[in-house]
Design a protein around this ligand. Structure first.
Ligand code: KG4
Ligand code: ZN
Length: 335
């Protein structure tokens, strides 16, 4: 089920330049150069600046991943080619083509979300059981996916507007906590009372979908009405509770309905401690295996692209030198 040899994986879809070496689903090295400090100045990712920064970082990052893994013989290359910022993606894909051609090894383009979805397989010991229900929560995605088998996915629901990560990022900006906001909200929330401010739970009637735009508006109104009297830790705790409740209530309903063997919590927002413990609890109560990667594999990284690439190469998927990049693309194997 996994490619048996060492693979080099490259990820440059957004604001992290990342490279990793994996063997099967074992991670031998995982290097991430973040552009966060640069984009923080503008309060978000500037696509042109991101692409230029990838050009500067991609070779040193690949070399470091290669060195940390002990410079093994590389028998394949996996690279994120969709979805993402096209200029940013092109940098990683061009590097992957050059290396795969020079080494004479196969190359495969990986869907960024499949990387997140399979990130729980990067674990020592027995691998997660499927069928599984997965919640993908990141800066750009909030999706509930049924994993019927590896490479066989069904999209059950998604956000109708903002992603959960955006709710954190936009809320953080309103609270003056900086960019990216998720981690900053989590830290500020530690000293806060989550019952202090009432915020909406982003639960449209539909069982599978979310909406976070109302939460953003409510945060704006809160900041305006409280003015200098606003208690920032309490507001951060209230915001975090609103996002966690909205995600957990829907997941709990779908766990009851589908009764999967396992549940995967993946994507950058999966780094959130309150969300991790709440969903672990919901799973424990139902006897469902709970899987979430270590924090460094929740936010964008190349190890997860290597795991997905290892699966894709093992099943015979290959891409040629004309592999393209795409801003938006459905998950492969979506039914
Ligand atoms: O997966 P990711 O690194 O990039 C995308 O593919 O979007 O996710 C980034 C998102 C950002 O919105 C960031 O604020 C959020 O993940 N995030 C967190 C935490 N760490 C990162 N959100 C809540 N709590 C955290 N600890
Ligand atoms: Zn991501």
């Amino acid at each position: 089920m996994w490619f048996p040899d060492c693979l080099l994986a490259i990820e440059t879809s957004c604001d992290e330049t990342a490279a990793a070496v994996v063997r099967g689903r074992e991670v031998l090295s995982n290097v991430v150069a973040s552009q966060i400090d640069m984009h923080a100045k503008w309060g978000g990712v500037v696509p042109e600046a991101a692409a230029r920064a990838h050009v500067e970082a991609v070779v040193p990052v690949i070399d470091e991943a290669f060195a940390l893994a002990g410079r093994p013989a590389i028998r394949g290359v996996a690279v994120t080619n969709r979805p993402g910022l096209v200029g940013a993606l092109s940098v990683g894909v061009t590097a992957a083509k050059a290396l795969a051609t020079a080494w004479g090894v196969p190359m495969v383009g990986v869907h960024h979300l499949e990387g997140h979805l399979l990130s729980p397989f990067a674990v020592d010991g027995p691998e997660p059981t499927v069928p599984a229900l997965a919640l993908v929560v990141s800066g750009g995605h909030t999706e509930m996916v049924a994993i019927d088998g590896l490479g066989e996915y069904r999209l059950l629901g998604e956000t109708l507007d903002d992603a959960a990560g955006e709710a954190f990022d936009k809320g953080a900006r309103l609270l003056g906590l900086g960019y990216p906001g998720g981690r900053a909200v989590q830290e500020a929330a530690k000293d806060g009372d989550c019952r202090r401010y009432k915020l909406p739970r982003a639960l449209p009637k539909d069982r599978y979908h979310w909406s976070f735009s109302g939460l953003k508006t409510a945060m704006l109104r809160l900041v305006e009405t409280e003015g200098t009297g606003l208690n920032v830790p309490d507001a951060a705790a209230s915001l975090q509770a609103a996002v966690v409740d909205a995600l957990a209530e829907k997941v709990a309903g779908v766990l009851d309905e589908l009764g999967p063997r396992s549940f995967f919590l993946v994507g950058g927002v999966a780094a959130n401690e309150a969300l991790r413990s709440r969903l672990a609890d919901e799973c424990r109560r139902r006897g469902v295996e709970f899987w979430t990667p270590t924090i460094d594999l929740c936010t964008d990284n190349a190890a997860m692209i290597g795991i997905a690439g290892s699966f894709r190469l093992a099943r015979g998927d290959r891409d040629s030198i004309d592999l393209d990049v795409t801003a938006g693309a459905p998950l492969p194997g979506l039914r």
